[in-house]
Design a binder for this molecule. Sequence first.
Ligand code: IPE
Ligand code: IPE
Ligand code: MG
Length: 252
Amino acid sequence: MATRSRTQAPAGPVHVAVIMDGNGRWARERGLPRSKGHEAGAESVRAVVRACRDHGVRYLTLYAFSVENWKRPRSEVQGLMQLLRRFMDKEEHLLHEQQIRLRIMGRLEDLPKTVQKKLTRVMEKTSHYNAGELILALSYGSRTEIATAARRIAEKVQAGALDPAAIDETVFARHLYIPDVPDPDLMIRTSGEMRLSNFMLWQLSYAELYTTPVLWPDFREPQFAEALEAYRLRDRRYGGLSSPVKRERASC
Ligand code: IPE
Ligand code: IPE
Ligand code: MG
Protein backbone atom coordinates (compact mmCIF):
# COMPACT_ATOMS: atom_id res chain seq x y z
CA MET A 1 0.00 0.00 0.00
CA ALA A 2 1.27 3.46 -0.86
CA THR A 3 2.45 5.55 2.06
CA ARG A 4 1.46 9.17 2.15
CA SER A 5 2.09 12.27 4.17
CA ARG A 6 -0.69 13.88 6.12
CA THR A 7 -0.96 16.81 3.73
CA GLN A 8 -1.66 14.44 0.85
CA ALA A 9 -4.36 12.62 2.74
CA PRO A 10 -7.80 13.30 1.27
CA ALA A 11 -10.31 14.58 3.74
CA GLY A 12 -12.32 12.03 5.63
CA PRO A 13 -16.00 11.57 4.81
CA VAL A 14 -18.38 14.29 5.96
CA HIS A 15 -21.42 12.01 5.72
CA VAL A 16 -21.37 8.28 6.41
CA ALA A 17 -24.44 6.12 5.78
CA VAL A 18 -24.67 2.61 7.21
CA ILE A 19 -26.83 -0.40 6.39
CA MET A 20 -26.63 -2.07 9.78
CA ASP A 21 -27.09 -5.71 8.85
CA GLY A 22 -26.45 -9.09 10.44
CA ASN A 23 -28.08 -8.86 13.86
CA GLY A 24 -30.09 -12.04 13.30
CA ARG A 25 -27.09 -14.04 12.12
CA TRP A 26 -25.03 -12.80 15.05
CA ALA A 27 -27.68 -14.13 17.43
CA ARG A 28 -28.10 -17.42 15.55
CA GLU A 29 -24.35 -18.08 15.71
CA ARG A 30 -24.68 -17.90 19.48
CA GLY A 31 -27.87 -19.91 19.77
CA LEU A 32 -29.71 -16.79 20.95
CA PRO A 33 -33.07 -15.33 19.88
CA ARG A 34 -32.92 -12.66 17.14
CA SER A 35 -33.92 -10.01 19.68
CA LYS A 36 -30.55 -10.47 21.40
CA GLY A 37 -28.84 -9.66 18.13
CA HIS A 38 -30.81 -6.44 17.85
CA GLU A 39 -29.91 -5.53 21.44
CA ALA A 40 -26.22 -6.11 20.74
CA GLY A 41 -26.65 -4.06 17.57
CA ALA A 42 -27.86 -1.13 19.66
CA GLU A 43 -24.47 -1.17 21.43
CA SER A 44 -22.81 -0.77 18.04
CA VAL A 45 -25.01 2.23 17.29
CA ARG A 46 -23.78 3.86 20.48
CA ALA A 47 -20.15 3.06 19.63
CA VAL A 48 -20.39 4.40 16.07
CA VAL A 49 -22.17 7.61 17.14
CA ARG A 50 -19.30 8.29 19.56
CA ALA A 51 -16.71 7.36 16.94
CA CYS A 52 -18.13 9.91 14.50
CA ARG A 53 -17.22 12.76 16.79
CA ASP A 54 -13.67 11.44 17.25
CA HIS A 55 -13.22 10.98 13.50
CA GLY A 56 -14.76 14.27 12.40
CA VAL A 57 -17.78 12.74 10.66
CA ARG A 58 -20.52 15.35 10.74
CA TYR A 59 -23.50 13.38 9.42
CA LEU A 60 -24.28 9.77 10.29
CA THR A 61 -27.26 8.08 8.65
CA LEU A 62 -28.25 4.70 10.03
CA TYR A 63 -30.66 2.39 8.22
CA ALA A 64 -32.57 1.09 11.21
CA PHE A 65 -35.85 -0.14 9.72
CA SER A 66 -36.93 -0.38 6.11
CA VAL A 67 -40.44 -0.19 4.64
CA GLU A 68 -39.90 -3.84 3.72
CA ASN A 69 -39.04 -4.79 7.32
CA TRP A 70 -42.75 -4.51 8.22
CA LYS A 71 -43.01 -7.95 6.56
CA ARG A 72 -41.16 -9.54 9.49
CA PRO A 73 -43.04 -11.45 12.21
CA ARG A 74 -45.10 -9.18 14.42
CA SER A 75 -43.14 -10.16 17.50
CA GLU A 76 -39.83 -9.11 15.90
CA VAL A 77 -41.27 -5.80 14.69
CA GLN A 78 -42.72 -5.08 18.13
CA GLY A 79 -39.40 -5.97 19.75
CA LEU A 80 -37.56 -3.60 17.42
CA MET A 81 -39.97 -0.74 18.16
CA GLN A 82 -39.60 -1.34 21.88
CA LEU A 83 -35.83 -1.38 21.54
CA LEU A 84 -35.93 1.89 19.63
CA ARG A 85 -37.91 3.56 22.39
CA ARG A 86 -35.66 2.18 25.08
CA PHE A 87 -32.58 3.24 23.12
CA MET A 88 -33.90 6.79 22.90
CA ASP A 89 -34.70 6.88 26.63
CA LYS A 90 -31.25 5.61 27.51
CA GLU A 91 -29.12 7.40 24.96
CA GLU A 92 -30.79 10.77 24.57
CA HIS A 93 -28.19 12.21 26.93
CA LEU A 94 -25.46 11.30 24.44
CA LEU A 95 -27.05 13.64 21.89
CA HIS A 96 -27.17 16.48 24.42
CA GLU A 97 -23.60 15.88 25.62
CA GLN A 98 -22.24 15.88 22.10
CA GLN A 99 -24.64 18.54 20.75
CA ILE A 100 -25.92 16.19 18.07
CA ARG A 101 -29.15 16.86 16.25
CA LEU A 102 -31.49 13.89 15.77
CA ARG A 103 -33.39 13.63 12.52
CA ILE A 104 -35.68 10.95 11.11
CA MET A 105 -35.80 9.99 7.47
CA GLY A 106 -38.80 7.90 6.44
CA ARG A 107 -42.48 7.38 7.14
CA LEU A 108 -42.49 8.38 10.80
CA GLU A 109 -46.29 8.15 10.71
CA ASP A 110 -46.05 4.34 10.32
CA LEU A 111 -44.39 3.90 13.72
CA PRO A 112 -46.32 3.22 16.95
CA LYS A 113 -47.64 6.46 18.46
CA THR A 114 -45.48 6.20 21.59
CA VAL A 115 -42.34 5.86 19.47
CA GLN A 116 -43.40 8.76 17.24
CA LYS A 117 -43.93 10.93 20.29
CA LYS A 118 -40.59 10.07 21.81
CA LEU A 119 -38.71 10.65 18.57
CA THR A 120 -40.52 13.91 17.84
CA ARG A 121 -39.70 15.21 21.30
CA VAL A 122 -36.02 14.35 20.99
CA MET A 123 -35.90 15.88 17.50
CA GLU A 124 -37.37 19.11 18.86
CA LYS A 125 -35.03 19.19 21.86
CA THR A 126 -31.94 18.67 19.71
CA SER A 127 -32.95 20.76 16.69
CA HIS A 128 -30.65 23.64 17.63
CA TYR A 129 -27.49 21.54 18.02
CA ASN A 130 -24.89 21.87 15.32
CA ALA A 131 -21.93 19.69 16.24
CA GLY A 132 -23.28 16.82 14.16
CA GLU A 133 -26.42 15.08 12.92
CA LEU A 134 -27.68 11.60 13.57
CA ILE A 135 -30.20 10.61 10.92
CA LEU A 136 -32.22 7.48 11.59
CA ALA A 137 -33.82 5.91 8.54
CA LEU A 138 -37.04 4.45 9.92
CA SER A 139 -39.81 2.90 7.87
CA TYR A 140 -37.57 4.12 5.09
CA GLY A 141 -37.68 3.06 1.46
CA SER A 142 -35.85 4.93 -1.23
CA ARG A 143 -38.42 4.21 -3.94
CA THR A 144 -41.15 5.51 -1.63
CA GLU A 145 -39.04 8.62 -0.99
CA ILE A 146 -38.52 9.24 -4.71
CA ALA A 147 -42.17 8.58 -5.59
CA THR A 148 -43.28 10.93 -2.80
CA ALA A 149 -40.95 13.63 -4.12
CA ALA A 150 -42.40 13.17 -7.63
CA ARG A 151 -45.93 13.49 -6.25
CA ARG A 152 -45.09 16.67 -4.34
CA ILE A 153 -43.55 18.17 -7.44
CA ALA A 154 -46.59 17.22 -9.53
CA GLU A 155 -48.88 18.86 -6.97
CA LYS A 156 -46.86 22.08 -7.16
CA VAL A 157 -46.99 22.04 -10.94
CA GLN A 158 -50.76 21.46 -10.85
CA ALA A 159 -51.18 24.35 -8.42
CA GLY A 160 -49.20 26.58 -10.78
CA ALA A 161 -46.42 27.01 -8.20
CA LEU A 162 -43.72 25.31 -10.24
CA ASP A 163 -42.80 25.49 -13.91
CA PRO A 164 -42.12 21.96 -15.29
CA ALA A 165 -39.22 23.43 -17.25
CA ALA A 166 -37.56 24.37 -13.96
CA ILE A 167 -37.43 20.77 -12.71
CA ASP A 168 -33.82 19.64 -12.69
CA GLU A 169 -31.71 17.49 -10.34
CA THR A 170 -31.38 20.28 -7.80
CA VAL A 171 -35.12 20.98 -7.69
CA PHE A 172 -35.91 17.28 -7.51
CA ALA A 173 -33.44 16.66 -4.66
CA ARG A 174 -35.04 19.51 -2.72
CA HIS A 175 -38.20 17.40 -2.47
CA LEU A 176 -36.55 14.37 -0.88
CA TYR A 177 -36.96 13.71 2.85
CA ILE A 178 -33.92 15.62 4.18
CA PRO A 179 -32.87 17.99 1.42
CA ASP A 180 -30.40 20.06 3.42
CA VAL A 181 -28.06 17.16 4.22
CA PRO A 182 -25.23 16.54 1.73
CA ASP A 183 -25.14 13.19 -0.05
CA PRO A 184 -23.25 10.44 1.77
CA ASP A 185 -19.56 10.21 0.92
CA LEU A 186 -19.24 6.68 2.24
CA MET A 187 -21.80 3.88 2.50
CA ILE A 188 -20.96 0.96 4.76
CA ARG A 189 -22.88 -2.32 4.72
CA THR A 190 -22.09 -4.95 7.30
CA SER A 191 -22.61 -8.73 7.17
CA GLY A 192 -21.21 -9.23 3.68
CA GLU A 193 -24.35 -8.55 1.67
CA MET A 194 -23.74 -6.77 -1.63
CA ARG A 195 -26.99 -4.94 -2.18
CA LEU A 196 -28.61 -1.61 -1.41
CA SER A 197 -31.94 -2.99 -0.14
CA ASN A 198 -33.82 0.15 -1.19
CA PHE A 199 -31.46 2.52 0.66
CA MET A 200 -30.82 6.09 -0.56
CA LEU A 201 -30.79 5.20 -4.26
CA TRP A 202 -30.70 8.84 -5.32
CA GLN A 203 -28.23 10.09 -2.71
CA LEU A 204 -25.71 7.25 -3.07
CA SER A 205 -25.05 7.94 -6.77
CA TYR A 206 -21.42 8.87 -6.13
CA ALA A 207 -20.85 7.46 -2.65
CA GLU A 208 -17.92 5.16 -2.04
CA LEU A 209 -19.22 1.71 -1.12
CA TYR A 210 -17.61 -0.36 1.61
CA THR A 211 -18.81 -3.78 2.61
CA THR A 212 -17.45 -5.92 5.38
CA PRO A 213 -18.29 -9.48 6.47
CA VAL A 214 -18.37 -8.25 10.09
CA LEU A 215 -21.88 -8.57 11.52
CA TRP A 216 -23.36 -5.32 12.83
CA PRO A 217 -23.19 -6.24 16.55
CA ASP A 218 -19.44 -6.79 16.12
CA PHE A 219 -18.95 -3.51 14.27
CA ARG A 220 -17.44 -1.02 16.69
CA GLU A 221 -14.91 1.84 16.64
CA PRO A 222 -11.95 -0.18 15.24
CA GLN A 223 -14.06 -1.50 12.35
CA PHE A 224 -15.44 2.00 11.71
CA ALA A 225 -11.90 3.42 11.69
CA GLU A 226 -10.93 0.73 9.17
CA ALA A 227 -13.79 1.75 6.87
CA LEU A 228 -12.73 5.40 7.09
CA GLU A 229 -9.16 4.44 6.25
CA ALA A 230 -10.35 2.49 3.20
CA TYR A 231 -12.32 5.57 2.15
CA ARG A 232 -9.25 7.78 2.39
CA LEU A 233 -7.46 5.53 -0.09
CA ARG A 234 -10.23 5.82 -2.66
CA ASP A 235 -9.97 8.03 -5.72
CA ARG A 236 -13.27 9.82 -6.26
CA ARG A 237 -13.30 10.79 -9.88
CA TYR A 238 -16.96 11.71 -10.45
CA GLY A 239 -16.58 10.77 -14.07
CA GLY A 240 -13.47 12.94 -14.47
CA LEU A 241 -9.81 12.00 -14.19
CA SER A 242 -7.63 11.18 -11.17
CA SER A 243 -6.21 14.06 -9.22
CA PRO A 244 -2.42 14.52 -9.81
CA VAL A 245 -1.71 13.41 -6.21
CA LYS A 246 -3.70 10.21 -6.71
CA ARG A 247 -2.07 9.51 -10.08
CA GLU A 248 1.34 9.90 -8.50
CA ARG A 249 0.35 7.58 -5.69
CA ALA A 250 -1.04 4.99 -8.06
CA SER A 251 2.27 4.87 -9.93
CA CYS A 252 4.37 4.44 -6.73
C1 IPE B 1 -30.41 -5.80 10.65
O1 IPE B 1 -30.19 -7.10 11.01
C2 IPE B 1 -31.49 -5.14 11.49
C3 IPE B 1 -32.72 -4.83 10.76
C4 IPE B 1 -32.92 -5.04 9.50
C5 IPE B 1 -33.79 -4.24 11.53
P1 IPE B 1 -31.11 -8.28 10.46
O2 IPE B 1 -32.24 -8.49 11.40
O3 IPE B 1 -31.48 -8.06 9.06
O4 IPE B 1 -30.10 -9.50 10.57
P2 IPE B 1 -29.92 -10.71 9.57
O5 IPE B 1 -29.73 -10.13 8.19
O6 IPE B 1 -31.17 -11.54 9.64
O7 IPE B 1 -28.72 -11.43 10.06
C1 IPE C 1 -31.67 -3.74 5.25
O1 IPE C 1 -31.45 -4.98 5.82
C2 IPE C 1 -32.50 -2.89 6.14
C3 IPE C 1 -31.88 -2.47 7.38
C4 IPE C 1 -30.64 -2.67 7.75
C5 IPE C 1 -32.73 -1.70 8.25
P1 IPE C 1 -32.38 -6.24 5.49
O2 IPE C 1 -31.83 -7.38 6.27
O3 IPE C 1 -33.80 -5.91 5.69
O4 IPE C 1 -32.12 -6.42 3.93
P2 IPE C 1 -32.32 -7.68 2.98
O5 IPE C 1 -33.69 -8.20 3.23
O6 IPE C 1 -31.27 -8.68 3.37
O7 IPE C 1 -32.10 -7.15 1.61
MG1 MG D 1 -30.62 -8.53 7.28
